[in-house]
Ligand binder design. Structure first.
Ligand code: 5GP
Length: 175
């Protein structure tokens, strides 16, 4: 059990299980992108540990870049708009693999995919360490999933609670 600020969390996915599953994902991704030299786009902050571990299991040439997603209320829209920040690479005609720590409602993913489509990418797929299928509201599903988890808040392995807990080696679930 760990306490972060006002909340208690219990161990949920061990570092051995995470390592094993990331290795499997690396093999699946290597196979899918043989000779395609995809651009892996890691979405900060949460994905940095997953990204570091995943790319070292991939055995086909890749490029890696990091972006942030800005979220703001559009003036005349009801929903939130997500904008890509910090993308320096030309993505026109490229195969893009977005790396996420967790897909919850799928809103971030949907907006990101649309933003990349507008930039003329050849293909867009998504690899996420965690997926909450019960929370998913959007149609687009991630293509590579580490673990399907219930709709409960998790921390560790890059994921935070109020900015804390990213350094935990295992994934913890709220008690
Ligand atoms: P979505 O747009 O898919 O609803 O939200 C995705 C974002 O919500 C993630 O990138 C993450 O920042 C946050 N999020 C959703 N569920 C969790 C969770 O269980 N734990 C943490 N730490 N963040 C979460």
């Amino acid at each position: 059990m760990v306490r972060i600020l006002d909340k208690e969390f219990e161990p949920y996915i061990s570092s051995e299980e995470i390592k094993k599953r990331i290795n499997e994902m690396g093999s699946e991704i290597s196979k899918a992108y043989q000779d395609k030299k995809p651009l892996l786009v890691s979405v900060l902050n949460g994905s940095f540990i997953f990204t570091a571990d995943l790319i070292r299991t991939i055995d086909t040439p890749i490029e890696v870049t990091f972006i942030r997603v800005a979220s703001y209320e559009a003036l005349k829209s009801t929903g939130k708009v997500r904008e890509i920040l910090g993308l320096k690479e030309n993505v026109f005609g490229r195969d893009i693999l977005i790396l996420e720590d967790i897909v919850d409602t799928g809103t971030t993913l949907e907006h990101l995919s649309e933003a990349f489509q507008d930039l003329g990418t050849k293909s867009i797929k998504v690899a996420t360490l965690l997926h909450k299928p019960d929370a998913q509201e959007k149609a687009s599903k991630p293509d590579f999933v580490g673990f399907e988890i219930p709709n409960k808040f998790v921390v560790g392995f890059g994921l935070d609670y109020e900015g804390m807990g990213r350094e935990l080696k295992e994934i913890y679930q709220i008690s």
